[in-house]
Design a protein around this ligand. Structure first.
Ligand SMILES: Cc1cc2nc3c(=O)[nH]c(=O)nc-3n(C[C@H](O)[C@H](O)[C@H](O)COP(=O)(O)OP(=O)(O)OC[C@H]3O[C@@H](n4cnc5c(N)ncnc54)[C@H](O)[C@@H]3O)c2cc1C
Length: 388
């Protein structure tokens, strides 16, 4: 896999090529094969772009449908919708995020600390796991099946806490996403569908890596992880998809949503400045590089395509003191939202929601297939799908 550039244009051409090659249609036959670093030929590797919303789920779905309809690419469309589902699910059950944050502060017993160190440097002696650690650190990407196997071995063979594995992924994945990552780890751990764990098997790994690995000594049974805490379903509080006023001092953008379009609104007509909140200092890891590129790309698109002045800020303190009226898309549950909360008290700020999120997130209350059933009419309406 060549290094992924954090540019919308690159993501869009990657998507166009994937569809032109018919890979959205052959996806269901081949997607489970992990052929190794540089060889992820049957999946799109678009997740870093959708994570930061350089490309939206709606764009992927509508372009795939325009080219392939909805029958042969159904599996691909479903996978795209998993992201929406996980994000909506965390919106409705935000205590999962706060409880995960709290767990990360727990101390580990000495024996587990040793086990953790061996896992992180890829010295467990389990061939596939040790190779995935290297791929994770060097490429910032793992195939979905590898992520599932990795998480399963982490939890049931190495007996390490799921939340530390989730944290490791967030640190190294270019697409590291608070909702998708936390909830996927919980799904493997049997905490999403209570009591239904995902257990990786040696045969399955050997088969879907085409014999690259033959792991010895991985757990043959899963165990139940107790979670005393209940994560209540919070009521859906509707958020408007269109602004209430005709003029604002500035639009606020942050890394969770770098699609610069305000849907249905001409940006230049409602504000004269764009503020990009970039809470992270430039780091050395691949995810930091991708995110910084994505932010620079967003600033360049706004300045060039829209002729809008862009101001970058890394702290919200100054903005708190400004007497402006701001508008932006409501941040999803995660670290960015945790920081942006401080702004809501001090300044006049109106949060909107993209129609996609406002219609689909509220129905992510139970399992994925219920979500699809409940959301399908909205999805078809939003992407203008008239196929039967
Ligand atoms: C333990 C674990 C942790 C994960 N952590 C993350 C994470 O931090 N960030 C992240 O973006 N994905 C995460 N995933 C989901 C999934 O593995 C990746 O989104 C997918 O592998 C990305 O590769 P791709 O773009 O080639 O996907 P494709 O197979 O080409 O799918 C197309 C698009 O659909 C979406 N998608 C596909 N599979 C999933 C899925 N299972 N859940 C949600 N969306 C999906 C992505 O936006 C992806 O770009 C995790 C999965 C597991 C099992």
């Amino acid at each position: 896999m060549t290094r992924l550039e954090g540019r919308r244009k690159t993501g869009l051409s990657r998507l166009a090529q994937f569809i032109a090659d018919g890979k959205d249609r052959s996806y269901s036959d081949h997607r489970k094969y992990d052929l190794g670093p540089g060889n992820h030929l049957h999946v799109s590797v678009l997740s870093p772009y959708t994570r930061y919303r350089l490309i939206t789920e709606a764009e992927i779905a509508s372009r795939s449908i325009a080219s392939s309809g909805t029958q042969t690419n159904e599996k691909f469309l479903h996978e795209v919708l998993w992201r929406t589902y996980w994000k909506g699910y965390l919106e409705r059950r935000p205590s999962i995020w706060t409880s995960y944050q709290k767990q990360l502060t727990h101390d580990l017993p000495v024996e587990l600390k040793r086990q953790l160190e061996a896992a992180i440097i890829g010295q467990t002696g389990i061939d596939c796991f040790d190779a995935w650690i290297i791929e994770l650190k060097e490429k910032g990407y793992l195939h979905n099946h590898a992520r599932m196997w990795f998480a399963s071995i982490w939890i049931y063979t190495l007996r390490l806490p799921w939340y530390l594995g989730a944290q490791l992924f967030l640190d190294y994945l270019i697409d590291g996403d608070p909702a998708v990552n936390t909830l996927s780890w919980r799904w493997v751990a049997g905490l999403h569908t209570k009591g239904k764990q995902y257990l990786a098997s040696r045969d399955n790994i050997a088969r879907f890596t085409k014999g690259r690995f033959n792991p010895v000594g991985i757990a043959e049974t899963a165990f139940t992880i107790e979670e005393p805490e209940v994560h209540p379903l919070m009521p859906h509080v509707p958020i408007s998809t269109i602004p209430s006023a005709s003029k604002y001092t500035a639009l606020i953008i942050f890394p969770d949503d770098l699609t610069t379009d305000l849907e249905f609104i001409e940006l230049n007509q409602i504000c004269s400045e764009i503020i990009i909140f970039n809470p992270n200092d430039e780091g050395q890891k691949l995810p930091d590089q991708f995110r910084q590129e994505a932010i620079s790309d967003t600033a360049a698109r706004l300045e060039m395509d829209r002729s809008m002045p862009v101001r970058m800020i890394s702290s919200l303190k100054k903005l708190q003191q400004e007497q402006g009226s701001f508008i932006g898309y409501s941040p999803p549950v995660g670290p960015c939202k945790d920081q942006l909360k401080m702004l809501s008290n001090a300044s006049s700020i109106e949060w909107l929601r993209r129609p996609w999120d406002e219609m689909l997130w509220p129905v992510a209350t139970a399992g994925f297939f219920k979500f699809i059933k409940a959301g399908l009419p909205s999805i078809r309406h939003l992407i203008g799908d008239n196929t039967t």
